[in-house]
Design a protein around this ligand. Structure first.
Ligand code: SF4
Length: 88
C-alpha cells in the first residue's frame, strides 16, 4: 500500500513545473530589478502568480505590487521611528 501511494505521488509530480519553479530567482524577474523593496518582497508570491495566470518570472500584477511596496515602505518607516526612539 505504501509503495502504491509513493508510486502515485511520483507519477503525479510534473517535473517541468518543478524545474520552472526554480527559475523564480529575483535576478530572473527583470521588472523587479529597480524596485527598492525587492530583497524584502523577492518578486512576490509564487502561488499568487500561478493562480492569477502569470509566469513565475513576471512581476506581480500592479495592484499586488503597489500594495507590497506600500506595506514595506510603512514597515521600514515604522522600524526607523522605533529604532530612533530606542537610541534617544
Ligand atoms: S514590490 Fe513589485 S516590483 Fe518590487 S520586488 Fe515585489 S513584485 Fe517586484
Amino acid at each position: 500500500m505504501r509503495n502504491l501511494i509513493k508510486k502515485r505521488i511520483n507519477q503525479s509530480i510534473d517535473a517541468k513545473k518543478i524545474e520552472s519553479s526554480r527559475s523564480q530567482k529575483l535576478d530572473n524577474i527583470k521588472d523587479c530589478s529597480e524596485c527598492q523593496v525587492r530583497f524584502l518582497c523577492s518578486g512576490g508570491c509564487f502561488s499568487e502568480k500561478i493562480l492569477s495566470g502569470q509566469k513565475i518570472t513576471d512581476k506581480l500584477k500592479d495592484d499586488s505590487c503597489n500594495l507590497i511596496k506600500l506595506e514595506w515602505s510603512k514597515i521600514i518607516l515604522l522600524y526607523a521611528q522605533i529604532k530612533d526612539k530606542d537610541h534617544v
